[in-house]
Design a protein around this ligand. Structure first.
Ligand SMILES: CC(C)(COP(=O)(O)OP(=O)(O)OC[C@H]1O[C@@H](n2cnc3c(N)ncnc32)[C@H](O)[C@@H]1OP(=O)(O)O)[C@@H](O)C(=O)NCCC(=O)NCCS
Length: 175
């Protein structure tokens, strides 16, 4: 996989390649609506600090990961079970980076690309912790994150327009 190139993209650069991102997203999440993905992502792209890392082979996009810092008014932790103290879920816009989507094309899987994408994204962040939301129906993916050092915090209901009725939230310290 030495021929794979990784690149960090800001909001404008992410918008510019959004159709490529959707092609990989469609292959990775065939069960989810592309319109829903577009609506969610363009809302998320309004948040300063949104960042993408891409993986390319011979110029073609083969994987990506992106996320954004949680703002003060975030609903990320709303409805968390078991509940946490208010100081655990308090956000400032600079405390927690939420990883939103991670995907690798099927033919490039099993070679460490997802791990490298995640490491590349998180090692440059200045927040104190990162979080992600996983599907309760994907235990293999949850075990993958656990092996990578993420810890389960609890379950939240899926919000309006979400892909799931519930999400299991994970957290990892970045310091
Ligand atoms: C999940 C996904 C991103 C992993 O991509 P990948 O590049 O194959 O991942 P890696 O090669 O870095 O391997 C990740 C881990 O999964 C394991 N793994 C890889 N392929 C596997 C397979 N076919 N079966 C079981 N485990 C596998 C690896 O052993 C590795 O474990 P380790 O890090 O403890 O060694 C990819 O399968 C994907 O896009 N899936 C669909 C979208 C999705 O579910 N995204 C995550 C939820 S948002």
């Amino acid at each position: 996989m030495d021929d794979v190139e990784f690149e960090h993209l800001d909001r404008d650069a992410t918008r510019a390649i959004f159709s490529q991102i959707q092609t990989v997203y469609a292959a990775a999440f065939p069960e989810y609506s592309l319109d829903g993905h577009r609506d969610r992502t363009f809302r998320q792209l309004k948040v300063p600090g949104f960042e993408t890392v891409t993986a390319r082979s011979n110029g073609a996009l083969i994987g990506f990961v992106y996320g954004l810092p949680l703002g003060e008014a975030t609903g990320w932790w709303r409805g968390l079970e078991p509940p946490r103290a208010a100081d655990y879920t308090a956000e400032t816009g600079a405390r927690t980076f939420a990883v939103i989507d991670l995907a690798v094309l099927p033919e490039y899987r099993g070679r460490g690309l997802a791990r490298r994408l995640m490491d590349e994204l998180l090692q440059g962040r200045t927040e104190e912790r990162a979080t992600l939301a996983t599907s309760p129906g994907k235990p293999d993916i949850q075990r993958m994150y656990q092996r990578w050092g993420w810890r389960e915090v609890g379950r939240v209901p899926g919000g309006e327009g979400a892909t799931q009725t519930a999400f299991d939230l994970y957290v990892i310290s970045l310091r």
